[in-house]
Design a protein around this ligand. Sequence first.
Ligand code: FMN
Length: 345
Amino acid sequence: MFDRLEVPVIAAPMAGGASTPELVAEVGRAGGLGFLAAGYQSVEAVAEQVGATTALTDRPFGVNLFVPGPRSTADVKGYRERVREQSPTEPGEPRWDDDSYDAKLELLMALRVPVVSFTFGLPTAADVDRLHAAGATVVATVTTPREAEQADRIGADALCVQGSDAGGHRGTFADDGVSPGGGELFGVLAALRLVRDRVNLPLIAAGGLVHGADVAAVITAGAVAAQLGTAFLPTPEAGTSPAHRQALAEGTRRTALTRAFSGRPARGLVNRFLTENADHAPAAYPEVHHLTKPVRATGDPELMSLWAGQTYPLVRPAPAAEVVARLLAEARQALSVANTRIPPG
Ligand SMILES: Cc1cc2nc3c(=O)[nH]c(=O)nc-3n(C[C@H](O)[C@H](O)[C@H](O)COP(=O)(O)O)c2cc1C
């Protein structure tokens, strides 16, 4: 599947509104592979997005699912009280849910979506078999060599190796409740090389990749494709909110990993909410996600989550197909420069 891409560039699934059928179609038209994000959405909304995408393009595309985790035993009430004191609106009720995982999985099989990827955990081996029977290629997101070995054992066809440089939520299977990274943090290159040493599956690299030279770098390091999220956030086809677009364009804030917004580690631009709550948020996803939802919905850049990868100041806004074409041209250029630096043997 990934060997057949004209351009080894994947537009990452971005839950919360950024991923759209238009973005997926344009990236596919330019020779890359686009992903829809099923996380947070209703089953009906996912069905609509898949339908809209197939109406726009004949190219293959993917859909990403959040794998549900266990209910948390952490003190979420105390955190809710803390958030309530800071925000102009009443926080939501913390509650656990499974993001309609089973129903979404059934839907993607029924609609014969060509690529299905998973984050926050793994599908069962039986579900991987069913996805294969429905013609799907299965991608598992991993952040450590250990997670990669687990994904290999359940029969995943490819791994998305996500570095700690990545914007948005980390795909860690479990949050250890201690460090925001849920354990040791590996940057994209370290993660890629360590995973390559343990498993023999096609690897997709993700995290802080914004330039064609970055694409060339991860391909040289053994990846079959580069998955970019933040680079596509300012494209006109993305559903990124105006406040998020503006904060990215300003390029003045630093990024940090935090569980303040959702109870799961994620990388975003530092704002007041993140600064005041980063040290207090419990490892409780999706309870904290539901709790902060009305606060994030205010659209105030000091209160909402502004997901971004570490290299976000280097992103150059353009239409999605132009981004893909430019990445390809830059990757070619970077490889020819590299060839002059590494003498033939
Ligand atoms: C706004 C945003 C939303 C994201 N949502 C998802 C998601 O729903 N599922 C997923 O697997 N990854 C998600 N990610 C992570 C991406 O898949 C990818 O790992 C990351 O964007 C790569 O780093 P970069 O943003 O520096 O390119 C999201 C990233 C961003 C920036």
